[in-house]
Design a protein around this ligand. Structure first.
Ligand code: ZN
Length: 157
């Protein structure tokens, strides 16, 4: 399941990649930091803006930021290897998927609508998405927004 979802995300971003459509290289620079070619590795991990978001989210979940990772697959493997119960892993994995979704969303907002979504707004949206996703599951109903804000998920364990 993990691999399938990652591949579909990679497939989606590769499919949309301007490089594939033969646009000159200068047009392919990242629309947010302007410092790298906009390939999936850059959009989701390499970009300073994406790294700031991952950093905020991982600190919130009390996971140290892995400075040497270069793509989503490596990050997911790193997250998966963290010590924790299977429920904890499921929560963290849900947050990671919400992060990937919001990074992609914010990237498209910039490219198609010229709207820059700040790091703090994206981080808030990720927390909201993951909270709603978790609360919509029938077996996880007891999570309060206050506890979620502190990443206190003891009620789920
Ligand atoms: Zn960038």
């Amino acid at each position: 399941m993990l691999n399938l979802e990652i591949e579909s995300i990679n497939g989606m971003s590769i499919g949309f990649s301007p490089i594939r459509r033969g646009v000159p290289f200068s047009d392919c620079l990242c629309s947010r930091c302007g410092m790298g070619a906009e390939d999936p590795d850059h959009i989701f991990i390499g970009c300073l803006w994406a790294r700031s978001i991952w950093w905020s989210i991982l600190v919130w979940m009390r996971i140290s930021f892995p400075v040497d990772i270069v793509n989503i697959n490596e990050l997911m493997v790193y997250i998966h290897k963290q010590p924790g119960s299977s429920r904890w892993k499921r929560v963290v994995y849900t947050v990671a998927l919400a992060t990937i979704w919001r990074l992609w969303n914010a990237r498209n907002e910039m490219i198609f609508n010229g709207r820059f979504i700040p790091v703090s707004s994206t981080v808030d949206l990720i927390k909201e998405d993951a909270f709603l996703w978790l609360n919509n599951r029938s077996n996880i109903k007891s999570l309060s927004w206050e506890n979620w804000g502190m990443f206190d998920i003891s009620c789920l364990m």
